[in-house]
Design a protein around this ligand. Structure first.
Ligand SMILES: *Cc1c(COP(=O)(O)O)cnc(C)c1O
Length: 488
């Protein structure tokens, strides 16, 4: 399998690259992204053979179809990372919450958010590639709260990789901050910045494109990379759980093999939804992918009206911060898949220059073949949290955005898989407020919810409050570069 570029090739990059090249140097011509040249197809027999498969076996079978340049032994080691999940036999449990709705819980890994699903195995693969090439990497991450902990966790103590992680001080939950500042590994540096997530993200982008920064790094023989959500090395791991969740429904006897289902995906940068889209294209029986957003509703405007318009929008902070995104990067891969590289470049150039683009009537119809979308306010999310908690299912505010899509967008009465992207413990103050208790600290909210709704707080969350704080650096934006260089 080779990879090509969403905006076409500018003649300075190779026309096609391997999987390992696409993940080590993910920036493509004209600012585009790498995509598989051709997606493999999965037939009825493939699905049938994997109805009862272990998650790792399904993953191996899928990687075989993709035929990427990763050694079998390395892939196996990467997949062994799922052994640290709550149930290594089934890292992604499916829980029925309505007769026809099943929540696929993607957060049973070490940092309790779905980022672990991809970053755990991907971190191993990237570290191994660096080691084999005799190269050293600095991985930079800017986080609104989930990517940071997951990136630190996957690369901790990696031999040839260092991590610098930027977070907005005061902009995350207590649990998210503690997950970062208590991470004790000599190869990792966590830096709080005075500012919001956008400031952290902008600082990261500036450093990633700064020649002088790269030159200073190369003096210590270090290359720069980012483990951000556009890296195809993450996307490939996000195709697997869509297939696994479907097969679990078959195994439970809820659907027959071949019967279509709806997928509901709480979306920000669109990596999770893209994994579902690729699974559908490869042959998974999916009726439609229903995209759930918060009031930063660029995605639902695109999918329902064909308009992507940033000129009349500014980012609004919500109680589902991992979805507070206006530039949703992975949408580009869907545009490429549907409309080809010339049109994708045109649309993305419009977005860069004018802050907006508009699909034609026919293009919008093509998008609607696979997607529909809606968005929820924080208030609506709280109501969902309260409604299901009373029925015995406690969910986080990102997952809660899915239920409006489930209620309103389904045109057929088909079984529905709803993706849960974080454990409630990561956003406990929002959850407890929805259930009637305004807590000042996560610790109080965690105790109150677990006592009143009989849900347990996992060990790795409870322990955070006892662990020593290792990282105390909090600086102004201008000081970030200096901090990172002195760490290197
Ligand atoms: C990252 C994240 C999302 C958004 O996922 P995308 O793949 O970027 O669309 C949603 N919910 C939570 C809790 C997340 O951490």
């Amino acid at each position: 399998m080779t990879f090509i570029e969403t905006r076409g090739n500018d003649g300075t990059k190779p026309a096609e690259v391997s999987f390992s090249e696409a993940i080590l140097s993910p920036s493509a011509s004209f600012g585009g992204l790498y995509v598989p040249k051709r997606l493999p197809t999965l037939d009825f027999d493939f699905f049938k053979a994997h109805i009862g498969s272990h998650y790792k076996d399904l993953s191996r079978a899928l990687f075989e179809k993709f035929d990427v340049d990763i050694d079998e032994a390395d892939l196996n080691k990467a997949l062994d990372r799922y052994d640290s999940f709550d149930d290594p036999e089934n890292p992604v449990p499916l829980v029925g919450v309505e007769d026809d709705a099943f929540v696929s819980e993607l957060w049973h890994g070490p940092t309790r958010a779905f980022k672990d699903m991809a970053l755990q195995p991907f971190g191993y693969i990237l570290s191994k590639l660096a080691e084999k090439r005799g190269e050293k990497y600095l991985i930079m991450a800017a986080t609104s709260g989930d990517t940071g902990p997951a990136t630190l966790e996957t690369f901790k103590n990696a031999a040839e990789v260092k991590v610098a992680c930027l977070y907005p001080e005061g902009g995350t939950s207590d649990v998210q901050r503690l997950q970062m500042v208590t991470e004790d590994a000599p190869n990792e540096k966590v830096i709080g910045i005075h500012g919001n997530f956008d400031d952290a993200q902008t600082a990261l982008k500036n450093l990633l494109s700064s020649e002088s920064f790269k030159n200073r790094l190369s003096q210590s023989h270090t290359k720069l990379s980012a483990a951000n959500s556009v890296n195809f090395g993450r996307i490939i791991f996000q195709i697997i759980y869509h297939i696994h969740s479907y097969l679990q429904l078959v195994k439970k006897g809820e659907i027959g093999l071949g019967e279509p289902v709806y997928l509901v995906v709480p979306s920000g940068n669109f990596g999770n939804a893209l994994g579902g889209y690729y699974a559908k294209k490869m042959g998974l029986p999916v009726e439609k992918i229903l995209i759930a957003s918060n009031i930063n509703n660029v995605l639902s405007d695109l999918i329902t009206k064909g308009e992507y318009d940033l000129t009349c929008k500014s980012l609004i902070q919500t109680t589902s911060p991992a979805m507070d995104i206006l530039k949703s990067s992975n949408v580009e891969r869907v545009l490429y898949d549907k409309f080809g590289p010339e049109r994708t470049k045109e649309l993305m150039d419009d977005l860069d220059r004018k802050g907006r683009y508009r699909l034609s009537h026919d293009e919008l119809a093509m998008l609607k073949e696979d997607f529909d979308a809606t968005f929820s306010s924080d208030e609506e999310g709280k109501e969902v949290i309260a409604k299901y908690a009373k029925k015995g299912y406690v969910m986080d505010p990102h997952t809660a955005t899915c239920f409006k899509a489930y209620d309103k967008l389904r045109k057929k009465s088909l079984k529905t898989i709803i993706y849960s992207t974080a454990e409630w413990t990561k956003f406990s103050r929002t959850v407890s407020a929805a259930l009637g208790y305004d807590a000042e600290r996560d610790l109080d909210a965690l105790e109150w919810v677990s006592e009143h709704y009989r849900v347990s707080v996992p060990k790795m969350i409870a322990e955070l409050f006892e662990k020593p704080i290792v990282h105390t650096t909090v600086v102004d934006k201008e000081k970030i570069e200096e901090e990172i260089l002195s760490f290197i």
